[in-house]
Write a protein of this length. Structure first.
Length: 155
């Protein structure tokens, strides 16, 4: 019997050339990762194992305010979202309004934010890293794929 801390493996999960050996149901392997070449392969792999894949386009995000607004829009945060770092962490740690067996976030077009508000970019990465660890502790995969050189793997 599977327990929350040991999600089932997926022997029939599709193998993607740019996602070699990546078992998206392994919460203990989830974390922050560089965005592979093909977003469509990530989407397909997530769909094949029943994970919710959410694309977060950060092209218009040049500061904290826009970044938080884009996360709120993309993840359909409730009206009570407070548009601050603590509220972001709280919402990412809840997600009851988006029930699923796991999450895959794709952060794309991060260059402007990294260049114009590096502190906010670093803070959101810290929050996302903490979120992956919290979800992993209950056996729920929470993957974050990030474009550019910022998606350093975090076990």
């Amino acid at each position: 019997m599977n327990t929350p801390s040991t999600p089932p493996s997926t022997p029939n999960a599709p193998e993607r050339s740019d996602l070699p050996g990546l078992d998206l149901l392994r919460a203990d392997h989830a974390g922050l990762h560089p965005l592979p070449a093909s977003i469509s392969n990530i989407r397909a792999a997530a769909a094949a194992v029943g994970l919710l894949c959410i694309h977060i386009d950060l092209s218009s995000c040049t500061n904290k305010r826009r970044l938080l607004a884009q996360f709120a829009r993309s993840l359909q945060f409730p009206n009570w979202f407070g548009h601050n770092w603590d509220a972001l962490a709280d919402c990412l740690g809840d997600l009851a309004w988006l029930p699923t067996s796991g999450y895959v976030l794709i952060l794309e077009h991060t260059a402007a934010l990294r260049a114009q508000d590096a502190d906010s970019f670093a803070t959101v990465l810290d929050i996302l890293s903490g979120t992956t660890a919290r979800w992993a502790s209950v056996g729920l995969p929470f993957w974050v794929f990030i474009d550019g050189d910022s998606g350093k793997p975090h076990p």
